[in-house]
Design a protein around this ligand. Structure first.
Ligand SMILES: [Zn+2]
Length: 347
C-alpha cells in the first residue's frame, strides 16, 4: 500500500549557514520551524574563531528565536592559527559548541582565514583527538592546478588520508560530500562520518549546465555527475549511521548569484524536509529516512535522541510551495528542483 503519512522524530540540520544581521532574522525561522537543532557554521565576515565570538553569535541567534519554539543551535569554531589547545579543552566541556570547522583557504564564502599548511595544525588535531572534539571539514583542495570537479577527490587523497593516518581516533565529519569516491572512503574508515545536502542528492552537473546555466544550483563543492549523485542517494537511504543530513543551506541574494561572477551557495532550509521525503519515497526507502534526518547525526555527535515528532502527509495534488524570501538586500531563491512536491507537514 502507498504510504501517505510519515511520522518521525523531528529532523536536525548538521550543517547550516545562518549569516548575521538582517539576513539571519529572515532565514532563521525556516531552520527553527523545520529542525529540532542545527549545527551553525562559523564563516561570518569576521570568522567565529574563538569561544567568546561563538557565544556572542549564539546569543544573537537566540534573540531571534521566539520563546515558545524548542530549537537548539549547536555552534562551531573556525579553525585558524588563533585557536589554542587550551581553548580546545574548553570546547570539549562546552554546553553548545560542538565542533571545530576546517576550511581550506579560499574554498568557499568567507574562507580567506582558512588553512593552507595542514602540518601547522597537527598540535591542535592532537588536542581535539585527546579531548574528543569533533573536526568538521570542508573537503576540497584549493590548488588552482586541480580541476574544480576533482577537488574533493584530491583532498581525500592528499590531505584527509594524512589526517586520518596521523590521528586515527580523531572524530571527523566530512561535510557535504559530493562523490562516489567520498562515499567509499567514509564507508571504509572508522571515526569518520559525513553530511549530505539536499542538492547533492537531487541534482547533478548536467542539470546545472547542459540546458542553460542554472545559477540557483551553483554551490561549493560543485555538483558532480549522475553516477556520483546516485552513490550519495544509496549512502543516504542505506541506513548506515555514518551518513546524515546537513543541508548546507547558504543564502545569497539573487543579485549576487545571478551575476557575471555569481556566488556559490543554495538556500534550501524551507523545503529541505519534504523534498527529502519525496526522494526517499521514490527510492522506496521511507523506512530509513528517520535515521538519515533525525538519528544518525545525534548518534555521531553523542547527543540524546530528539523527543519531538513531526507528521508529514502526502497530498493527492502537488502543494503550493514557497519560491523565494524577501530581504532588505533583495530576494533569495528557495531550492526546489522538483516540478511537483506532494508532501506537507501538518503539525
Ligand atoms: Zn557550508
Amino acid at each position: 500500500m502507498e504510504n501517505t503519512h510519515l511520522d518521525i522524530l523531528k529532523p536536525d540540520d548538521w550543517h547550516v549557514h545562518l549569516r548575521e544581521g538582517h539576513i539571519l532574522s529572515q532565514v532563521l525561522p525556516f531552520t527553527y520551524d523545520n529542525f529540532g537543532s542545527a549545527l551553525i557554521m562559523p564563516n561570518l565576515d569576521k570568522p567565529i574563531e574563538n569561544i567568546s565570538l561563538a557565544e556572542d553569535y549564539y546569543a544573537e541567534i537566540c534573540r531571534h528565536i521566539p520563546k515558545e519554539i524548542k530549537f537548539t543551535p549547536h555552534m562551531t569554531l573556525y579553525l585558524t592559527n588563533c585557536l589554542t589547545q587550551d581553548e580546545i579543552k574548553k570546547v570539549s566541556n562546552h554546553r553548545y559548541i560542538k565542533a571545530i570547522k576546517m576550511y581550506p583557504r579560499g574554498a568557499t564564502t568567507n574562507s580567506e582565514s582558512g588553512i593552507s599548511n595542514i602540518a601547522e595544525f597537527y598540535p591542535l588535531f592532537e588536542a581535539m583527538e585527546k579531548n574528543k572534539v569533533i573536526l568538521s571539514i570542508h573537503g576540497e583542495v584549493t590548488d588552482e592546478k586541480v580541476d574544480v570537479f576533482e577537488r574533493e577527490k584530491v583532498f581525500i587523497e592528499r590531505v584527509l588520508t594524512k589526517i586520518i593516518n596521523n590521528f586515527p581516533n580523531l572524530r571527523i565529519v566530512l561535510e557535504h560530500i559530493t562523490s562516489a569516491d567520498a562515499v567509499k572512503f567514509i564507508e571504509k574508515h572508522k571515526n569518520i562520518g559525513a553530511t549530505i545536502t539536499n542538492h547533492h542528492l537531487m541534482v547533478n552537473r548536467n542539470i546545472m549546465l547542459s540546458k542553460g546555466i542554472r545559477p540557483d544550483f551553483y554551490c561549493a563543492p560543485i555538483l558532480k555527475t549522475e553516477y556520483d549523485r546516485l552513490a550519495l542517494v544509496q549512502a543516504a537511504i542505506s541506513g548506515s549511521d555514518k551518513f546524515f543530513l546537513g543541508t548546507d543551506s547558504a543564502p545569497h541574494v539573487n543579485g549576487k548569484k545571478i551575476s557575471a561572477c555569481g556566488c556559490a551557495g543554495i538556500f534550501s532550509s524551507p523545503l529541505a524536509v519534504p523534498l527529502l521525503i519525496q526522494l526517499f519515497e521514490k527510492h522506496n526507502s521511507l523506512d530509513t529516512i528517520e535515521k538519515f534526518m533525525s538519528k544518525n547525526g545525534r548518534g555521531f555527535y553523542g547527543l540524546e535522541q530528539q523527543q519531538d515528532r513531526v507528521l508529514y502527509v502526502k497530498r493527492s495534488r502537488s502543494v503550493n510551495t514557497i519560491k523565494n524570501i524577501k530581504t532588505d538586500a533583495g530576494k533569495i531563491t528557495v531550492f526546489n528542483p522538483y516540478n511537483e512536491l506532494y508532501w506537507e507537514r501538518i503539525n
